[in-house]
Design a protein around this ligand. Sequence first.
Ligand code: GAL
Ligand code: MG
Length: 975
Amino acid sequence: MGRDHLLALRPWESPETTSWQRLPMNAVDRRSGALSLDGSWHFQLLPSPTGASGEWTLADVPGVWTMQSRGDLPQYTNVRMPFADVPPHTPAANPTGVYERSVDIPAEWAGRRIVLQVGAAESVLLVHVNGRPVGISKDSHLAAEFDLTAVVRPGDPATVRFTVVKWSDASHIEDQDQWWHAGITRSVLLYATDPLYLADVTVRAPRDGRLLVDCKVRDTAGPLPEGWYVTAALDGQLLAQDTEFDRLNAEDMRVSDFYGEARLRTVVRDVRPWTAETPELYELAVRLHRADGSIADSSHHRVGFRDVEIVGRDLLVNGERVFIRGANRHDFHPLTGRTVTADDMRADLVVLKRFGFNAVRTAHYPNDPTLYDLADELGLYVVDEANIESHDHAHEIADDPRYLPAFVDRVSRMVLRDKNHPSIIVWSLGNESDYGANHDAAAGWVRRHDPTRPIQYEGAAKIDWADEQLASDIACPMYAPIEECVAHALSGRQTKPLIQCEYSHAMGNSNGTLADTWAAIESTPGLQGGFIWEFWDHGILQRVNDGRPAGRGGVGLYGNGVTAPGHRWAYGGDFGETIHDGAFIADGVVFPDRTPKPVMYEHREIAGPVRLTYDEGVLRIHNRQHFRGLEWLAAEWLLVGADGTTRRAPAPLPEVPPGGSAEVPLPFPPPEPSAAGETWLTLRVTTADDEAWAPLGTEVCVPQVRLAAAATDTAPEAATGPAVTLDEDALLVHPSLTSAPRLSLWRAPTDNDELGGMAARWHDWGLDALVRKVVDVREEGSRVVVLSEYATGAGPVRHEQVFTPVSGGIRIEESAELPAGLDDVARVGTVFETVPGLDVLDWYGQGPWESYPDRSTGAPVGHHSLPVDALFTPYLRPQESGGRHGVRRFTLSAPDATGLAVELGAPGQVSVNRYRAEDLAAATHHDELVPRPGCVVHLDAAHRGLGTASCGPDTSAGYLVPSGSHRWEWTLRVL
Ligand code: GAL
Ligand code: MG
């Protein structure tokens, strides 16, 4: 059968064909000692699998051709397929990459078994070697191995050819919400084994210290030779042969002469169990011996001893009901698309660890194998998800028998590959594929093969989380309102642990109400957490001049989430595609360059290992961990006074068991209640030693309590000073301002505002283009009162400003009356613009990072200072950003210390940046924004919370800005 014969099978439209001549998946790691075939391959892109050949060029392996300027560019769709053909069909225009290179087969491999491993190919792989058909594989996120022994000659070069077809029957079950790419996304290897080889190794290591190692042995030469045996050592300690197992096998005649099984066992005394907090690993070396004792094959594994079980409605790790503080993570890179290096993955997981995450869901497919090694090592619980998402045609496919083999194939191969990782605590059958018999078939396979881990699948636990569906042991809804989760847990009908597979959608400026969500989870038995959607903003670095992906060598990564000039973060629609889902691809807690978004600090605090309480004069330190003490942490006290001071003191951490707390003395004398202002106590917690994910001194959390409230009886300052000047429009004239204070009711819509429909409503009301009409101006002594009115689609808004000269400045008391119809606006406050040159903001309030009313738990009150340009958060699609919550006062100053000072009557939401709200709203990407020379300053008496309405619940009622009367007051002074 020649190349054309393989093509003649048209495997890209044959869901029953999951593979041909592919070797069984196993957990033997062949990465070390293999010959890497990564690098530059000859390449051509055909218009279809059977299209005529063209010119050879070169392409990177691993790499997707969609990121290598081949004319076939990335395309982003969420639910819908990018083509109209129904499963299992594909469009006639079907880009097909042909990769070819010559490989010198080492002469010393003579007599050995030679295996080719393709790390991952998207979406169908056809392999030919020396012109002979070698195999076919599907599943874009798992490796395929083929035995080349019969088709290559050691000492001679061999020609390896991959034909990679982009669209296939498999595309219909790889319809994840991400960029469509095509190519070879993981490394290609060639390795050799003895004809007698380890076909698989299964490790079981419960936390009681028992270790069971099952080995499968094969011989390609025929029946297994007499006398082979397996040995294994754990950190040097030899395991014993399980003779009982051997005897039973022999008695039952279960093992034939070509099928070898060996089991070894031991018990580790005083075992150090593995948990995400204590990722203790042991080294296991497994060796296969020939009869003469020489070693035919070996395999190395890192073993973690731990238990996972569901008891009642709790998921237990080592007997503890651990909270799952998870993130959904894709294999993504802004320069390569999908190809990620070990360093990339380590950097991802390090960021997650530093911000308090303890779990990853490999959304929505098995990730690069190295990710699991890193999760074992760094300590993260993993929900390993199979590569099945048929979102657009979910209902048809879930019960379609033609797709049955693919479901079982994908789930079982994932389990066979990953079963030995202690980090993996749950298998997931896939995502958004409805629920059908194909799922139950796959679940059945897993239950028999790996009874040590639960299974989850959202589709099976959707309609009623209490349903006893075969396929899901966990109720794992997505974006369920927290009130519904609580109601379920209290209903008496809950039968399964409730861990949301996705919650808190991180699109743009989002993730409102995370703290309230977690307060509910922690206080409601039966609720155990969830996985934030998602880790990455999948912006692809794009050159603006020619619209091409910057590619692997792309310069233009700049740090801080922004791109270098001439570049931008591309999202759906930016590569000229007409079918796409826009910026919905940018919904992660980190920017495409892995810069953490402000929500990460919120999460870090909520998840922090240490909490503080101060109740009736008693200060307590709480250990919020499940398994360890506070020995690995160091801390420092900060006493923050309203007088502008911050005093520091060492904070020796007491011994506190997991889940416990200890009273500690106040590090400073308790403030007098009559003292001038409020006082805050912050505990700055850092790592005491180098951790695998953080060097010594890394900040871990900054819990804070209020020791004294602000005095309430401060009388307003008496009128004094020079008279207030207004212009002919009754607007304030002030030397520091280029645009006078006016009413603002609108913000540049966030993604949540847009997709939740609020932005459209605000636009219909005319809030984005308020027209001011002065109704009355009157002088009352030295005070000037200006009454104006703004027409809106829901009735007029009355706005009053009362200007009073006070020592060194002006006090401005404002009020706004919103008609009943204007019952949900973005903000009520003041906006003004300053002269250029005021480039540093010093403030007393929450910070230092961006915070909003429903995302401010992680931003402690303090005396903060940042350059104005560093205040702004460059969300991919420009939108409201850079706000600071709970601001009491601030100065905006030039290097010569001139500038202005603002004191707010009550803590408010303040933002200072270079853009008007309408500048932000008009731009689609940051390269379109032109910074204004001065600052645009917003002081809000009320600001709508962020919510998560782009996918999930809107802002909760308590964080909405209602109609009616709003009053605020502030004082403006010149520095
Ligand atoms: C979920 C889905 C994810 C993603 C998310 C929205 O429905 O599982 O893949 O689409 O919503 O960003
Ligand atoms: Mg989807």
